[in-house]
Ligand binder design. Structure first.
Ligand code: SF4
Length: 335
């Protein structure tokens, strides 16, 4: 799906914002889409490398079917090369081991949806690696899932094209999108650029998909006031009801020598978010610190108390504040 044939047997991939032009016999930047004799093939269709049932809060999505289970799947590959990737063994596998066959258990979309139904999952999450690069499989699963009343969630870097965003949107119920930093950060750390990500956040909102945004804060990289304020201002300009998750970095992959993010930095970032006008800002990866709770933006009453990925108290009824009656942004009711 989503490619065009070009002169000389080349193809242009329209799936993500890299928009690779690929010669015959070569693969795109993600290393999982190959031009074979002038036709672009996905090498990861149905090759599932990871499958788990997770709480939806782990995505993280705090305003979407809270307390529900989500069947979470991934293939190998990614269109980014983030130096701190926590799933680099699978995300970078095809790029780092191009001579090795693409690994993964062969599953059909029907098998995935059946697994979700059997596991009493309200949704399927396309996650752990970048769902855009296994788009065709996610798309086929998502269509089938909707027929069975199961929702679909992308946990994504947002580096899609508008073409792919528009194609998946009718079947996509929620999208957690990383907004990682400024353009310098994207260039240096992810080997990409920020603008397409911002465009995807705006477009997904326009298309009616529930959106939450995550920023992993890395000391010395994207923890300046300027960067964090710009991110918060941007989210507020799209919709102040978009939840923003500011999460703790821990050393991984190529950034093993960097320290964990201090809890004080997360608390400060959360304050910056509220000052920018955001209604819901959460601290992530620091369970029990209180930054994961939802407060009513109107009367400030505690509505949802969380520890890690667990809800320990929910004082809303169908998304309405028990005290002042204000409706909270989100998708609260199960189908
Ligand atoms: S998905 Fe992105 S990185 Fe992969 S081939 Fe297509 S344009 Fe290139």
């Amino acid at each position: 799906m989503l490619y065009e044939k070009l002169e000389g047997g080349k193809v242009g991939c329209l799936l993500c914002a890299h928009r690779c032009v690929i010669k015959p016999g070569r693969r795109g930047i993600c290393a999982v889409r190959e031009n074979i004799d002038g036709t672009l093939y996905s090498l990861v269709y149905g090759r599932i490398i990871s499958v788990n049932i997770d709480p939806i809060e782990k995505k993280p999505l705090f305003h979407f079917l809270p307390g529900s289970r989500s069947l979470s799947i991934a293939t190998v590959g990614c269109n980014f090369r983030c130096e701190y990737c926590q799933n680099y063994e699978i995300s970078q596998f095809p790029r780092e081991r191009p001579a090795v066959a693409i690994p993964g258990e062969e599953l059909t979309p029907q098998a995935v949806v059946d697994m979700a139904v059997r596991g009493e999952c309200e949704s399927i999450s396309y996650t752990y690696t970048e769902p855009t690069i296994f788009f065709e499989f996610a798309y086929d699963c998502a269509r089938l899932a909707h027929e069975k009343g199961v929702s679909n969630v992308f946990v994504s870097n947002g580096f899609m094209t508008p073409e792919s965003a528009r194609l998946i949107a009718p079947y996509l119920d929620a999208n957690n999108i990383d907004l990682k930093g400024d353009n310098e950060f994207y260039k240096k750390i992810c080997h990409a650029k920020v603008e397409p990500v911002k465009e995807t956040i705006k477009l997904m909102k326009e298309l009616g998909v529930w959106v939450e945004v995550t920023t992993l804060i890395i000391p010395g990289y994207n923890d300046s006031e300027g960067i964090l304020k710009d991110i918060a201002d941007f989210i507020a300009s799209v919709d102040p009801s978009i939840p923003w998750h500011v999460t703790q970095f821990y050393p991984a992959y190529k950034l093993l020598d960097k320290p964990r993010t201090p809890v004080e930095t997360l608390r400060w970032a959360r304050e910056l978010g509220f000052q920018a006008g955001l209604k819901y800002v959460y601290e992530g990866n620091v369970p029990g610190e209180g930054g994961e709770n939802t407060y009513c933006p109107s009367c400030k009453e505690l509505l949802v108390r969380r520890i890690g990925f667990s809800i320990v108290e929910n004082r809303m009824r169908n998304g309405v504040c028990f005290k002042c009656g204000v409706h909270q942004a989100g998708r609260w009711e199960y189908q």
